[in-house]
Ligand binder design. Structure first.
Ligand SMILES: Nc1nc2c(ncn2[C@@H]2O[C@H](COP(=O)(O)OP(=O)(O)OP(=O)(O)O)[C@@H](O)[C@H]2O)c(=O)[nH]1
Ligand SMILES: [Mg+2]
Ligand SMILES: [Zn+2]
Length: 294
């Protein structure tokens, strides 16, 4: 990743798209990334590493990322996480406060200026402590889908992926276990989009670490026994592409709820799932693996 250099102290280049912005800008005028990222990165004098969370709309990206950050800030498994800037806490707060009222958080809006960005300094204690600066935006699944379908409609996503050191690809295991081909096709498109982004020598596989996270595994507990076997059986197209094109791929199952109820109101024709209590399983593991790979 190129170092954010303040060539002209009056104008700061955006960390994501490199557009120069006025010194007092809050969000980048081009891509809406918070300019605080640049100021922080300059102060740290080291390159932040970006990990992108990808997946179709409704796979559980917002819920997963919110709980992950909350676990990290509660020092789960000897991790220490320090939010850089108060804006970094918004996503975690949104998820935790909704879940406390037994509601899932709302859908992420399409517009990139409404996405929550997080910038954390993270360290794993014990052994030789290694600090990583992690930038993780919570993108909308529909925006990701639009970009994959016709590249450059959401330039910001392309820029982000270009600068990412690792990817967490979330896949809806419950849908896949029900026989739907949609999760497999979406993930296949996503991985082939990434494959074409990295121009590699023929025959060489892409070395960027990719964690495939099977979400909503509470609906299909067999997922936890062997995420690999589950993927090979239920997401076979994705499995094959990963095997042929990516050298560092690992598979994980995750779930955030212990039990669900279903509610509907009179006159409404849809059912809303109500998370009765949270029970986190497999939330930290993919991230732990990712930090080891970085
Ligand atoms: N059973 C179960 N349902 C889940 C879990 N995580 C998420 N969900 C369901 O999935 C829905 C979508 O979760 P979000 O985190 O909003 O999904 P998203 O990927 O951020 O979606 P977009 O913002 O549209 O891209 C939630 O409203 C829940 O109904 C889980 O661990 N178990
Ligand atoms: Mg979301
Ligand atoms: Zn920008």
């Amino acid at each position: 990743m190129s170092k954010p250099v303040a060539t002209d102290s009056k104008y700061t280049p955006c960390l994501i798209c490199e557009t120069t912005n006025a010194p007092n800008a809050i969000l980048c005028k081009e891509c809406s990334a918070p300019m605080a990222l640049v100021h922080e990165a300059l102060a740290q004098e080291r390159d932040p590493q970006m990990v992108s969370i990808l997946g179709d709309s409704n796979v559980g990206k917002t819920v997963y990322l919110g709980f992950l950050l909350d676990m990290l800030s509660q020092r789960a498994n000897d991790f220490e996480a320090i939010p850089r800037g108060a804006y970094s806490v918004d996503l975690q707060q949104l998820v935790i406060s909704h879940m406390a009222y037994r509601m899932f958080p709302p859908k992420t809006p399409m517009e990139s200026d409404a996405w929550n960005w997080t910038y954390y300094q993270i360290c794993k204690r014990g052994g030789s402590p290694k600090w990583v600066d992690l930038v993780m935006p919570d993108m909308a699944g529909e925006a990701i889908a639009a970009e994959v379908a016709s590249p450059s409609t959401f330039q910001i996503i392309q820029n982000l992926l270009n600068k990412s050191s690792g990817l967490l690809l979330l896949v809806d295991a419950a849908l896949a276990a029900n026989g739907s081909a949609q999760p497999d096709f979406f993930a296949l498109k996503m991985m082939s989009y990434i494959d074409t982004m990295f121009v590699c020598k023929r025959g060489k596989r892409i070395g960027m670490p990719v964690a495939i996270v099977l979400t909503k595994a509470d609906y299909c507990p067999e997922c936890f026994d062997s995420p690999r076997r589950f993927t090979e059986a239920n997401l076979n197209r994705l499995w094959n592409l990963c095997e042929s094109r990516f050298s560092k791929v690992e598979f994980f199952a995750s779930s955030v709820v212990g039990s669900l109820a279903y509610a509907t109101a009179e006159g409404e024709d849809f059912v809303t799932p109500v998370p009765l209590h949270t029970a986190l399983r497999g939330v930290l593991e993919p991230f732990e693996w990712m930090v080891e790979q970085l």
